[in-house]
Ligand binder design. Sequence first.
Ligand code: PLP
Length: 446
Amino acid sequence: MINNLSELQKKDLKYVFHPCTQMKDFEENPPLVIKKGDGLYLIDENGNRYMDCISSWWVNLFGHCNERINKVITEQVNTLEHVIFANFAHEPAAELCEELTKVLPNGLNKFLFSDNGSSCIEMALKLSFQYHLQTGNPQKTKFISLENAYHGETIGALGVGDVDIFTETYRPLIKEGIKVRVPYINTELSNDEFRRLEDECIKELKDLIVKKHNEIACMIVEPMVQGAAGIKIYSARFLKAARELTKKYNIHLIDDEIAMGFGRTGKMFACEHAEIEPDMICIAKGLSSGYYPIAILCITTDIFNAFYADYKEGKSFLHSHTYSGNPLGCRIALEVLKIFRKENILKTVNEKGAYLKQKMNDIFKDKPYVKDIRNIGLIGAIELKDNLLPNIRVGKEIYNLALKKGVFVRPIGNSIYFMPPYIITYEEINKMLQVCKESIEELLKI
Ligand SMILES: *Cc1c(COP(=O)(O)O)cnc(C)c1O
């Protein structure tokens, strides 16, 4: 155990069980105590600054301690901090819904609120099941999802997920969804080979749906990019085919934009790459730019109508979260949308994304340790070859080395990825990539 721990580190280790962490790892690398946020940077208790290259788990779009958001949250906290949302309405929620209809794909105009992404997924799955129950198809109880999918870690969400480290232990508790194959874009495939793979995946999905549609309530997807799978990117054509097939066979298409929504892929919502209109969209993460736990399930009027009846018919959607519709979260989200509009954020994302792509190629292409380089919008990933250093957790070591140089990345398996706040500058993109290159080469001793 390291013995020069600060008082706060000692207190933390005495009490806190950190998320997604083997606590024993802290014996070697104790948690950093972050004192302050400043734009792209996190500042620890010793005054060291770290570039937040993963937007603090993909949420922070406009930097830490953003002046504009700080201002509106202060105003809102002095006006109305919270009110029960079952009985009451308020301005920030109503205004937010109206603003969302202006940026969402057509048809999504009713909104259910919760306070985190996983609960939003739970609502979507329950709502889909209950919709079919109440519209004469009680046998439609199954869910389709994609291989390697991630939709959160509550029991229902794990059923439609397919990342073993999260799911394995809990299998006896889980209602498993039906998993389908996805055509991943991969630099090793020729155009013809990729086209063939796409055709195969679409055919498999079609065969499944034609055969089993009578039992299937919904299909859930992360649009275009599977984040937790290690930034795997698939084709818009597959997504478009999924929309056509689900529509034809009365299966809801649930579009989980929790990670990829709000400009990350270069479009406001990633499903726009396929020009589709899903039946439901889940949004969270960037919705409040990392300021507040808020999530929203956006649905069609058709779905809403299946629940609209006299109370005694028992068709209500009895699902609630205590903090649903919290005014602080809504007010922040409204400001986020305003920033998008006023500052032409999508243009910025595309310009910086193109630069990131170019620089990643300049630095990493043809390196002997690189297996694949991927990117879309302001996301980049460098996948390292397997088994570069047997028995070493390569991602963890690269995290440690880069952190010492003031760059915070959190690799997934062998993939080092970049999902920085949109305020990152071109020079900072250079530094982020350069530090990662040096860290990898230091670890590999080359
Ligand atoms: C993060 C994430 C979730 C879960 O959201 P939480 O707020 O962490 O519960 C669901 N789906 C996707 C695609 C995510 O990235």
